[in-house]
Design a protein. Structure first.
Length: 367
């Protein structure tokens, strides 16, 4: 069975300002502040199997511990003020089937100044959710959303921050939040709940974002054409005729990337891979298949030092079967050597995830 994951990104737009703070005596230290926020939302019943969670309105409270650089050098490099946070949140899902949850996560926020006091930020949070009422054949048989007391937590959102002074600020945010166990145990349709939040921040040593004039970048250093060859693979698990099976997916990817600025690049790629899990699923339906799949992709990259966050739209050349012709991919890659990188990449059809692969990438041109 395909695992539904409403948050396809892992990791999405707010990763554009993820930065590795290289040794440089001219760079300022990250400043620290606290945040407290109240949240309210609704459960999105994304499948008929979880209709018993509709008309539920979760309420929560979130506390954050934030680190952020505010110097002009970081603004010139990334066109934003990156913020890293640790968050702890409690939610009552307003539904006896779902119970309550505690989220512990790491969050990234790039802040873009709109005025001398107002900043806009996208946000991504990745962590774990501790849940009170997992599915149980005797105690809670109607819970199709989660079956383990600890699941993965993902959230994607946007917000506005208004700073009254260097000590106090207020923020308004909207997020799409999701928990699931990644198919480790069924049922696992997940909980999806959009929320709005209102909160305040306190900076004991002062934290003020300024609207600097950026240094103009050179047009010569950012017109790089890069070619990447990647090996991808994963073991995919799922239920086939009520039997739990795990089968490998392995393949290759070839991509061209044209850098157009400090942060941005456009990409074109072709991929081909063998999907053994698909073979088993189709065989259970009396359909013979070699399991070979291939596609053409085009997309965009955010370049963040050693990190690359990618988004791509693909069309099937081979192996579409009963899926839509178009699919999408979201990836995060880390370059540990000038020509070598490792990463993870999520493939999905609309709101339904197909699989997440792990890949090793070799660049024909040094980064």
């Amino acid at each position: 069975m395909k695992t539904r994951r409403i948050l396809n990104s892992l990791f999405a737009i707010s990763l554009i300002c993820r930065t590795v703070f290289a040794q440089d005596s001219l760079k300022s230290k990250a400043l620290f502040n606290y945040g407290l926020q109240a949240n309210y939302g609704f459960v999105f019943a994304h499948s008929n199997d979880v209709e018993n969670t509709a008309n539920s309105f979760p309420r929560g409270i979130t506390t954050t511990f934030n680190w952020q650089r505010t110097d002009k050098q970081i603004l010139d490099q990334y066109n934003c003020f990156p913020r890293q946070s640790l968050l702890l949140a409690f939610y009552d899902f307003d539904n006896s089937i779902l119970g309550q949850g505690v989220n512990v996560a790491y969050a990234l926020e790039p802040h873009f100044m709109m005025s001398s006091r107002l900043s806009f930020y996208p946000k991504v949070s990745i962590g774990a959710a501790i849940l009170s009422n997992p599915s149980d054949p005797i105690k809670n048989p109607t819970n199709k959303s989660y079956s383990l007391p600890v699941s993965a937590y993902l959230a994607l959102g946007v917000g506005l921050r208004w700073q009254f002074n260097s000590t106090w600020g207020i923020n308004l945010s909207a997020e799409y939040q999701h928990v699931s166990n990644g198919g480790l145990r069924e049922p696992n349709l997940g909980i999806n709940w959009p929320t709005v939040g209102l909160g305040f921040e306190y900076s004991p040593k002062g934290l003020t974002l300024q609207k600097f004039a950026r240094t103009k970048e050179s047009s010569k250093t950012h017109r790089v054409l890069r070619f990447d060859l990647g090996m991808l693979g994963i073991v995919k698990g799922g239920n086939i005729k009520e039997v739990r099976k795990y089968e490998p997916i392995v393949g290759i990817n070839f991509m061209a990337s044209k850098q157009v600025s400090r942060l941005h690049a456009w990409t074109a790629a072709i991929e081909i891979y063998q999907d053994q899990f698909l073979i088993e699923r189709l065989f259970s339906e009396s359909i013979q298949s070699g399991g070979m799949r291939s596609g053409l992709l085009a997309g965009h990259e955010f370049l963040m030092g050693r990190f690359i966050f990618s988004q791509q739209i693909g069309i099937y050349l081979l192996g579409q079967y009963n899926n839509d012709l178009v699919y999408h991919r979201w990836g995060l890659q880390y370059s540990f050597l000038p020509r070598w990188g490792v990463g993870v990449n999520l493939k999905a059809h609309k709101q339904v995830a197909d699989f997440t692969d792990v890949r090793v990438v070799y660049s024909l041109r040094k980064r």
